[in-house]
Design a protein. Structure first.
Length: 135
């Protein structure tokens, strides 16, 4: 249940709260979303291995994967009927990387918008008071 709800790293942290010592990889390996049983572990990260594994399971409809090109290639070759989707962790990770890059690219723009720091002894105008009754 922890693996289904939280997946890898977060699932391993939660499992440790329950007194179960398990790695994030093990948590991921233990979960099939429908049967809640282990699926399988491929011997390597080769497109051909994934394609062969998928070809033996023609009923697969959805493949949840990361952006690695060999997974895309293997999934396309082994299960052309399946829809390929990104998992939750990779979506958040990719979003945070994109946000970091955007902020870094526009850092100079942000400096222009920030007010200049006030130096000690500088004449600071008193705030004006607005009469709420005046139009």
């Amino acid at each position: 249940m922890v693996g289904l709800a939280l997946a890898g790293r977060a699932g391993a942290r939660m499992a440790s709260v329950f007194g179960v010592s398990v790695s994030r990889s093990t948590v991921l390996r233990l979960v099939d979303c429908e049967t809640r049983r282990p699926v399988d572990l491929l011997p390597d990260r080769e497109a051909s291995s994934l394609a062969e594994w998928l070809a033996k399971r023609p009923g697969i409809e959805v493949i949840c994967r990361d952006r690695a090109p060999f997974y895309a290639e293997g999934a396309t070759a082994g299960a052309p009927q399946a829809i390929q989707v990104a998992d939750r962790w990779h979506l958040w990770h990719n979003l945070s990387e994109a946000a970091d890059r955007a902020v870094a690219r526009h850092r100079q723009c942000l400096r222009v918008l920030a007010p200049e720091p006030v130096t000690e002894g500088a004449d600071i105008p008193a705030p004006s008071v607005v009469d709420p009754a005046s139009p």
